[in-house]
Design a protein around this ligand. Structure first.
Ligand SMILES: CCC/C=C/C(=O)SCCNC(=O)CCNC(=O)[C@H](O)C(C)(C)COP(=O)([O-])OP(=O)([O-])OC[C@H]1O[C@@H](n2cnc3c(N)ncnc32)[C@H](O)[C@@H]1OP(=O)([O-])[O-]
Ligand SMILES: NC(=O)C1=CN([C@@H]2O[C@H](COP(=O)(O)OP(=O)(O)OC[C@H]3O[C@@H](n4cnc5c(N)ncnc54)[C@H](OP(=O)(O)O)[C@@H]3O)[C@@H](O)[C@H]2O)C=CC1
Length: 335
C-alpha cells in the first residue's frame, strides 16, 4: 500500500506556520510534526526507508512564538539540530505576548539581538516580511493556574481570559487581516476539556468555551476567503513544562488525573500534534468550525472535582414521591 495519504511526503512543503507556545509541550510537538522531526512516527527499531524522504517530508517554515526568549532560543536550536541538511524545513523564533494586540512596543527597523518582544500585529508583519506568507496559524499558547473560583482575583481572571480568549482572537484577527483574507489558510485553536465545566479552573473553562464558540463564528465569517477554522480539545496531556507550571502541585495534579482517563494513562503532546496537523492539512479540506476532542473519552467520563457530602441542598417538594424516597432511605429496622 502507498504511504499514508494524510501525511504524504511533501505535504507541508513551502508552507509557513505560526505556532504560539511552539517551543514547549504540545506546541513543540506540533512544530516538530510540521517540520517532520517526529521520531515518534517511526516505530521502534524500524529502519529509515530508502531515500528517507518520508521522514523529512512535511518540510515547512515554522515560526515559534511565546513570551520567554530563552525558552524559544533553546527550542529552536534543538529543532535546527534535528533538521537534516538536505531538508528545506526552517524554524524561526519570535518573542511575542499574545495579550498585546497593537504596536505598543514598535518593532525595530534593523534586526537586533536579542529580538524584541513583539505585539501580535508586529509578529504577523514580521513573519510576512521574513517568509512572504502565512498558511497556518496554531493558537496553542496559553494556560492558567488552579484555584477555586471564589479565590480567583480579578487580575488573575483577566490574565487567564486575556491569554486564552483575547490572545487567540488577536492572533486570528491579525493573521486574517494581513494575509488569509486574500490568500486563504487554516487555523487551529487549542482549547481544553471544559465540556462538564472546569471546576478548579473556572477562568480557563469559560475562556476555552468561548474559543470553541469563536471557532464556529470565524469558520462561517471567513469561509468565503477559503479559511478553515477548527479547534482541538485535549484531555490531560503530560509534559514537563505543563507540569512545572503548577509548581509543587504539578506532579500530584497530573498523577491524580490518571484514573479519570478512560485510557488509564495520560496523553502526551505527540497525540495532540497529529490531530492538529491533520486539521491543517488538505486531508481536512472539508472540515471547518469543528472541535475535535482528543481525550481518550475523558470528557464523557468522571469529573475530578470532589463534592463533599452535605445537607445544604434545597429540600425536595413534599408529596408521595418524597415519602416513598424517605421509605427507601430509611435505615433497616433492627430485629
Ligand atoms: C492538569 C489539568 C489540565 C492541564 C491543563 C493545562 O493547560 S497544562 C499547561 C499549563 N501551562 C501554562 O499554564 C502556561 C502559561 N500559564 C501562565 O503563564 C499563567 O498561568 C497565567 C495564564 C496566569 C499568566 O501568568 P502571568 O504570570 O503572565 O500573569 P501575571 O503575572 O500578569 O499574573 C496575573 C495574576 O494572575 C494571578 N495568578 C497567577 N498565578 C497564580 C497562581 N498560581 N495562583 C493564584 N493566582 C495566580 C495573580 O492574581 C496574578 O497577579 P499578582 O497577584 O501576582 O499581581
Ligand atoms: N497539558 C494539558 O493537559 C492541556 C493543555 N492545554 C492547553 O494546550 C496549550 C499548550 O499547553 P502545554 O504544552 O500542555 O503546556 P506548556 O506550559 O508547555 O505550554 C504553554 C505555552 O504557552 C505559551 N504562552 C503562555 N502565555 C503566553 C502568552 N501570553 N503569549 C504567548 N505565549 C504564551 C508558553 O510560553 P511562554 O511562557 O514562553 O510564553 C508555553 O510555550 C495551552 O493552551 C494549554 O492550556 C489544554 C488542555 C490540556
Amino acid at each position: 500500500m502507498a504511504a499514508s495519504s494524510v501525511f504524504r511526503p511533501g505535504l507541508f512543503n513551502n508552507k509557513v506556520a505560526i505556532v504560539t507556545g511552539g517551543g514547549t509541550g504540545i506546541g513543540r510537538a506540533i512544530s516538530n510534526e510540521l517540520l517532520e522531526l517526529g521520531e515518534h512516527r517511526r516505530p521502534k527499531g524500524a529502519r529509515v526507508p530508502r531515500g528517507a524522504q518520508s521522514f523529512k517530508a512535511q518540510s515547512c517554515c515554522v515560526v515559534i512564538s511565546s513570551r520567554k526568549l530563552e525558552r524559544l532560543e533553546k527550542a529552536a536550536e534543538e529543532m535546527r539540530e534535528k533538521i537534516p541538511p538536505s531538508s528545506p524545513a526552517r524554524v524561526s523564533l519570535q518573542p511575542c505576548n499574545i495579550r498585546d494586540e497593537d504596536e505598543v512596543s514598535a518593532p525595530c527597523r534593523r534586526p537586533v539581538l536579542p529580538p524584541p518582544s513583539l505585539t501580535v500585529k508586529a509578529l504577523v508583519s514580521s513573519v510576512l516580511k521574513q517568509f512572504g506568507r502565512i498558511d497556518y496559524l496554531v493558537n496553542n499558547g496559553g494556560g492558567q493556574f488552579s484555584s477555586p473560583a471564589e479565590h480567583i482575583s480579578s487580575k488573575g481572571w483577566k490574565a487567564v481570559v486575556d491569554t486564552n480568549l483575547t490572545g487567540t482572537f488577536h492572533c486570528c484577527k491579525e493573521v486574517y487581516a494581513a494575509w488569509m483574507k486574500q490568500n486563504g489558510g487554516a487555523i487551529v485553536n487549542i482549547i481544553a476539556d471544559m465540556w462538564k465545566g472546569f471546576p478548579g479552573m473556572a477562568h480557563t473553562g469559560a475562556a476555552r468555551a468561548a474559543v470553541d464558540n469563536l471557532t464556529k463564528s470565524l469558520a462561517i465569517e471567513w469561509a468565503s476567503s477559503g479559511v478553515r477554522v477548527n479547534a482541538v480539545a485535549p484531555g490531560t496531556i503530560f509534559s514537563k513544562t505543563a507540569m512545572e507550571n503548577y509548581k509543587e502541585l504539578g506532579p500530584n495534579l497530573f498523577k491524580r488525573s490518571i484514573p479519570f482517563s478512560p485510557a488509564k494513562r495520560l496523553g502526551v503532546p505527540e497525540e495532540i500534534s497529529s490531530t492538529v496537523c491533520f486539521l491543517l492539512s488538505p486531508a481536512a479540506s472539508y472540515i471547518s468550525g469543528a472541535t475535535l476532542k482528543v481525550d481518550a473519552g475523558q470528557s464523557l467520563y468522571r469529573s475530578m472535582w470532589e463534592i463533599p457530602d452535605h445537607e445544604a441542598w434545597p429540600a425536595a417538594p413534599e408529596g408521595e414521591n418524597l415519602e416513598a424516597l424517605r421509605e427507601l432511605l430509611k435505615p433497616p429496622s433492627k430485629l
